[in-house]
Design a protein around this ligand. Structure first.
Ligand code: A3P
Length: 340
């Protein structure tokens, strides 16, 4: 679906000063007028005019970021669908980029105190929220940010700046199961009935999932990667699980800090893989006791870790539902070069 510029609100021009509150309110009014539907989570999902779904606050944050965020060519943006390995790729990217000042095997590594979501913040869930226009100018290069929005809705300055984008895609069935578990936690917290996996799968297949439809999101970044592999890196969670070290090497090379022979000799790659492994991260105090503030509330860092396995969907989805999802993937990805 193409972008419809008429629905975008331009950033304030000179002499047309808007307060932060006015800017946020303007977008809030716009989004509130769009169609919305109940969803798997404990909130409604609005349909963006580019054709994707999100709850109100991150959608408004996306629009404010589009109006105000000035990307630099040296920025690195992590882009993912929720529950597809965001926490993991953030950890890998942060520890790779900052390995000189924070060696992965040092006992004082920042991950002991801060979770990956505090080290690399979301533009839409953490920075452009609560009427804030954050001052990001003072941050040293390379600045690391994250987003869940589809490629078509990235802040315009991100694409124009030519900065690096790191995308991770995960099997739709595992993404669904991970999200179903995550969302039900919040439903129960808010006194709502947990949803059955069949209901969750129906929403997912209809495209009513955060930043969904899943398939459009993946295809958007896949096509951007195919057109410009120097700007968009495309990883798959399943392949990262099979060979994390190779992915760390590719990541480092992509962002312009490849591992040297000396670093390979002292097993610096393996140290990063181990630091960011599911087993190590789940044992850290920052995971066990830490919290992250997102637009939808304060979230315990431990909730970003569940099983961390490939193929857990087999324990939850009926063969019929799995076949239905596979059939959609096959139809949507046909001819794109992407396989299920
Ligand atoms: P499961 O629910 O299948 O266990 P996100 O970070 O995008 O929210 O995705 C969360 C999913 O990634 C969860 O999947 C979580 O367990 C898994 N995950 C988190 N950290 C991980 C790590 N270091 N290695 C592998 N998987 C990880």
């Amino acid at each position: 679906m193409s972008s419809s510029p008429s629905m975008r609100i331009s950033p304030p021009q000179e002499g047309e000063a808007k307060t932060n509150e006015e800017l946020y309110q303007q977008f809030t009014n716009l989004v509130s007028s769009w169609p919305c539907s109940p969803a798997l989570s404990n909130y409604q999902l609005y349909r963006h005019d580019n054709g994707w779904h999100s709850s109100l606050a991150p959608m408004v944050g996306t629009m404010v970021a589009d109006a105000c965020f000035a990307a630099r060519p040296s920025d690195i943006i992590v882009a993912t669908l929720p529950k597809s390995g965001t926490t993991w790729i953030k950890a890998l990217l942060y520890s790779t980029v900052h390995r000189r000042e924070h060696p992965a095997d040092s006992c004082g590594h920042p991950f002991n105190i801060h979770g990956p979501h505090e080290c690399i913040k979301f533009l839409d869930y953490q920075l452009y929220t609560q009427n804030r226009i954050p001052d990001l100018d003072e941050l040293p290069d390379p600045r690391l940010f994250a987003t869940h929005v589809p490629f078509v809705s990235l802040p315009r300055s991100v694409v124009a700046s030519g900065c690096k984008i790191v995308y991770v895609c995960r099997d739709p069935k595992d993404t669904l199961i991970s999200h179903w578990n995550f969302a039900n936690k919040f439903r129960v917290r808010d006194g709502l009935e947990p949803l059955s996996v069949e209901t969750a799968a129906d929403y997912f297949c209809d495209g009513v999932s955060p930043f969904g439809p899943y398939w459009d999101h993946v295809l958007g970044y896949w096509r951007a990667h195919s057109a410009n592999p120097e700007q968009v890196l495309f990883f798959r969670y399943e392949e990262m699980s099979r060979d994390p070290a190779e992915h760390v090497r590719r990541l480092a090379k992509f962002v312009g800090c490849p591992f040297s022979v000396e670093e390979e000799e002292v097993c610096a790659v393996d140290a990063i893989v181990k630091l960011c492994s599911f087993e190590h991260m789940t044992g850290l105090e920052a995971t066990k006791g830490g919290k992250t503030e997102l637009t939808f509330g304060v979230v315990e860092n431990s909730s970003f870790f569940r099983r961390g396995q490939v193929g857990d969907w087999e324990n939850h989805l009926s063969p019929e539902t799995a076949r239905k999802i596979d059939a959609i993937s096959e139809a949507k990805f046909r001819g794109s070069g992407l396989s299920v």
